[in-house]
Design a protein around this ligand. Structure first.
Ligand code: NAP
Ligand code: GLV
Length: 308
């Protein structure tokens, strides 16, 4: 079996080595080295435009990430070949930690204290109760459902929003565009864990963020394309929103000239809320390739029509 490999990584060799070790029956070809034959499977993250050229025998494309928006946007992507995404693969636990940090940061007003410290201000603010600090999770899929349950177990009121109705114990669930305003109304910390699709691009905008109560905060750990940056800055500058933690951006790395780096109410992290783990991801992909070879079903096949 031949596997074509490309990952937008400074050094893809550890990834290829981990895949070869997890799938010893395969020959793993480094696309960047050139000269790869027609392959049975492609394993890739943000492949260049020429990656799929001449690959006419692919049985599946394994995306080295949960979000498949980049590979789906590839105009050379073969139409009739299934695309399979990562399911958690060690990302869920990282997302839990990241969102918990954000929740306690804003609940305990660490943003206000950091600003006060810059002015040497001894300013003791009134306490806030966790039980009166609702967390709203947009997207209740593999990662969103996990984060929702984690935040519930920490004692926060949690509500979630998805495309289709869900039932998660102790989480108030909303579904569909008609329920968005009701979902947002009491949320103090809004967390975006949606896939980037035609239906969700720009969903964090003046209108939707304006539905949050004054003083709410935003965490975007999905994709930069979900957020209308100018709308966020306007809402921060007139204090409708208290702050934002942004991990993802339309252009990555975030350009040095971006105002977001210097905004006093914005925390920027470099797309690290959940990093793809080498061993976990390559083992999951190897297991999926083996299942496909044996004609068994795999989880995480992308529905091209809905875009995730
Ligand atoms: P997933 O399992 O596909 O879950 C997506 C969720 O979003 C589902 O609950 C889905 O609803 C909901 N959804 C999709 N379109 C919607 C719409 N138009 N309106 C309302 N809800 C909608 O994805 P995942 O594995 O949880 O990952 C989510 C995203 O996180 C990825 O796509 C990626 O962009 C991002 N991510 C970021 C990082 C990072 O480091 N920053 C790491 C990993 C992933 P249904 O359940 O009803 O279909
Ligand atoms: C990372 O952003 C992913 O989608 O896995």
């Amino acid at each position: 079996m031949d596997v074509l490999f490309f990952a937008e990584e400074p050094d893809p060799r550890p990834w290829m080595a981990a895949l070869a070790q997890a799938l010893p029956e395969a020959r793993v070809h480094d696309w960047a080295a050139g000269g790869a034959p027609a392959c049975d499977y492609a394993v890739c993250w943000k492949p260049p435009a020429a990656f799929f050229a001449g690959q006419r025998r692919l049985k599946a494309i394994l995306n080295i990430g949960a979000g498949a928006d980049a590979v789906l946007a590839d105009t050379n992507l073969p139409l009739d070949v299934p695309v399979v995404r990562l399911d958690d693969a060690g990302m869920g636990a990282q997302m839990e930690e990241y969102v918990a940090w954000c929740a306690f940061h804003f609940l305990r007003r660490m943003d206000d204290y950091a600003r006060a410290q810059r002015d040497a201000l001894w300013d003791r603010l009134p306490p806030r109760a966790r039980g009166a600090f609702p967390i709203g999770i947009m997207g209740l899929g593999v990662l969103g459902a996990r984060v929702a349950a984690f935040m519930r177990d920490l004692g926060f009121p949690v509500r979630g929003w998805s495309a289709s109705p869900k039932a998660i114990a102790g989480v108030e669930c909303f579904a569909g565009p008609q329920a968005l305003a009701a979902f947002l109304a009491p949320v103090r910390l809004l967390v975006c864990l949606l896939p980037l699709t035609d239906a969700t691009r720009g969903i964090l905008n003046r209108e939707t963020l304006g539905m949050l109560p004054r003083g709410a905060a935003l965490v975007n750990i999905a994709r930069g394309g979900h957020l209308v940056e100018a709308d966020l800055i306007a809402l921060l500058d007139d204090a409708h929103l208290a702050g934002a933690v942004l991990d993802v951006f339309p252009v990555e790395p975030l350009p040095a000239a971006s105002a977001l780096w210097r905004h006093p109410r914005v925390v920027v992290t470099p797309h690290v809320s959940a990093m793809t783990l080498v061993e976990e991801s390559m083992q999951q992909i190897a297991a999926k390739i083996r299942a496909l070879e044996q004609g068994r079903p795999v989880v995480g096949v992308i529905d091209r029509a809905r875009g995730y």
